[in-house]
Design a binder for this molecule. Sequence first.
Ligand code: IMP
Length: 436
Amino acid sequence: MPNIVVVGAQWGDEAKGKIVDRLARGAEMVVRYGGGSNAGHTVTVDGRTHKFHLIPCGILYPGVTCVIADGVVVDPGVLVSEIEGLRSQGISVEGLRISTNAHVILPYHRLQDRLEEQRKGAGAIGTTGRGIGPAYADKAARCGIRMHELVDPSVFAARVREQIAARACLLASAEGDPAMDADAVIAEYAVYAEALRPYVAHTVPLVAEAARSRRGIVFEGAQGTLLDLDLGTYPYVTSSHPVAGGACLGTGVGPTAIHGVVGVAKSYSTRVGAGVFPTELLDATGDRIRERGNEYGTTTGRPRRCGWLDTVILRYSAQVNGLTCLSLGHVDVLTGFDTVKVATAYRIGERVVDTLPPDLAHARDLSPIYEELPGWPEDVGDARRFEDLPETCRTYIRRVAELSGVPVATVSVGPSREQLLIVDPAAAEAAGFTRS
Ligand code: IMP
């Protein structure tokens, strides 16, 4: 079976969990390649909702190995509670492996995240406050602490003391904060180390082996393309590489091992945190999408900013990820609008552009140019085949495929496993949606 990367084609929160869950069925391995507990993946099975921050959602299938790979930043406290939560529901985590090279988030990273956001004031990024940026900054500065050090008590204690001492003057205002008390941090993390030690492994060869297996790998992306550190709307981005290329860097497989890239997109757009959002709707339509789509963060509970679908963004996403197909979600949320709009280009001052401008994050006087399509009044949650959808809804989906230049393999009409419909059988098969 193919090795497939699942990426967010917008600003994250595209419901990638559901797509990974579908593709994980019959896979050898599911690998999370980047980000940390800023992510929140939700999967609904038999009416039961499972929320994941770090563990790949393939863990719901017995026999699928689930790897938290080198590119992930691991908050061990979050991971331990996630493991305990799954066990308490009778779900085995025996197949979990955590890379020795994954970096560890420490309390001082969360503190730094909070203080930096406070310092930025009106210019704050609107981070999730999980310490993600500071942990990746330490990795780039070559002073991060990794999983193999966490599980080695004497090495870990020395590294924590060294790192807390090194940032004492940087965080002078935080004197007395528990995050800066080395003894307390060491004691707290010793408990996590005990719990996580059995799962820590050198995962690069495991992933390489699975990539050659008959059943293949699903690479689980976190966040979304426009939040990529290099290719997103910098500086309003996360500090990792959610794009498909991140799967190679974050796991140690070469690009030739990857056979396809599924871009997951909502039928509209959302964004959490600050930064440019061309199709944002600050009116009753935006509120209606937020309420109908329950657009509140899985990780932070923050209301998401909502707007119409933007195919300038989707074309960009197709380009930088090499998307082989799209999985379009939340189609049910658009039920009941007389017309639905899709952005096809932007007007920036006097210019009209249909590709993502390099200065998007700072563009002034930008407005989207919309195409307006007929809506559909029918509830579509009970549809089980593409043909069950109203004609106007099908036209909308076909138009999205045309405008983005990528086949729509599947659409989602609700959160449960049965509410995923095949649109383009060839594209769906190539991506592994049809395997049992
Ligand atoms: P950080 O990743 O916590 O540093 O946050 C940086 C930016 O990425 C903020 O705008 C966050 O709201 C956004 N972000 C981070 N993780 C997610 C996610 O999983 N979904 C959506 N937005 C996210």
